[in-house]
Design a protein around this ligand. Structure first.
Ligand code: ADP
Ligand code: MG
Length: 250
């Protein structure tokens, strides 16, 4: 079981953003993607999630070809994502933001007029319990009634990850989720992602923080100029001279 990109190439005008890049996100594993600015990390991420369309190559999930599946329908196939710049209405509360991950219906006004339906009530209770559990895990319980616009950037990012987890994805993809997070929050995020992987979810994380990636990932893909420099275990990546030059300056 895996989410796979094979031999993907994509150009934007004269820029070859990706040239023959492949990556595999396996169920139960954390795959990292690192590389300098402009190396194609977000483009690869977008090809996997349907926000960009490769000029050539293939993307598939558990054997199903995704080339004709638009982004919004990939959620139905178990693929959830976060955005490098979180996209929330600043007026919604933390609780509402996470609740809408469980189902678009959960936040619809329609529900309040249908409260007499027992199944709706049971469902609302389940969603409520799910939201409470996620907020607890991410240390956001006390801020459940706070509007997104009032939160620190770090907490907004955690809310976004919680919302994506609420979708019960089989594959969770995160683009630079640790930017703006303090050290404690980063550790919390890493713990949650590791726990998720141990439950069988495949995780892909694009991340600048080299130490976090080394600590968290089972495998790390290194991109450079839109090509694969390396895709290997953290120990091998950390020992690679080219990687050390890029990240450690020697
Ligand atoms: P990274 O996430 O590693 O910083 P990106 O995938 O965002 O890199 O970008 C890879 C290259 O593709 C860069 O040269 C960038 O300018 C270019 N690029 C990415 N998206 C677009 C786009 N929508 N239009 C034009 N150029 C783009
Ligand atoms: Mg990027």
């Amino acid at each position: 079981m895996s989410l796979v990109a094979r031999d993907v190439s994509i150009r934007f005008g004269g820029v070859a953003a990706l040239s023959g890049v492949g990556v595999e996100v396996s169920a139960g594993a954390v795959q990292g993607v690192i590389g300098p600015n402009g190396s194609g990390k977000s483009t690869l991420f977008n090809c996997l999630t349907g926000f960009a369309r490769p000029d050539s190559g293939h993307v598939s999930v558990d054997g199903t070809d995704l080339s004709r599946v638009p982004a919004h329908r990939r959620i139905g196939l178990g693929i959830a994502r976060t955005f490098q710049t979180p996209r929330f209405d600043p007026r919604v509360t933390v609780w509402q933001a996470v609740a809408c991950g469980f189902s678009p219906v959960a936040s619809a006004g329609l529900l309040s007029s249908a409260l007499w339906l027992p199944w709706v009530r049971a469902r609302e209770r389940r969603v409520g319990e799910g939201v409470a559990r996620l907020l607890d895990r991410f240390g956001l319980a006390e801020e459940r009634h706070t509007q997104i616009g009032e939160l620190s950037l770090g907490h907004v990012r955690l809310v976004e990850v919680a919302r994506a987890m609420a979708m019960s994805p089989r594959y969770l993809l995160l683009d630079e989720p640790a930017a703006g997070l303090g050290e404690g929050e980063q550790r919390l995020l890493a713990d949650e992602l590791r726990r998720l992987a141990s439950e069988g979810v495949g995780v892909l994380i694009v991340e600048h923080n080299f130490d976090l990636v080394l600590d968290l990932c089972d495998r790390i893909l290194v991109l450079s100029g839109g090509r694969v420099l390396l895709d290997d275990h953290p120990g091998t990546v950390a020992a690679d001279e080219r990687v050390r030059r890029i990240y450690l300056g020697y």
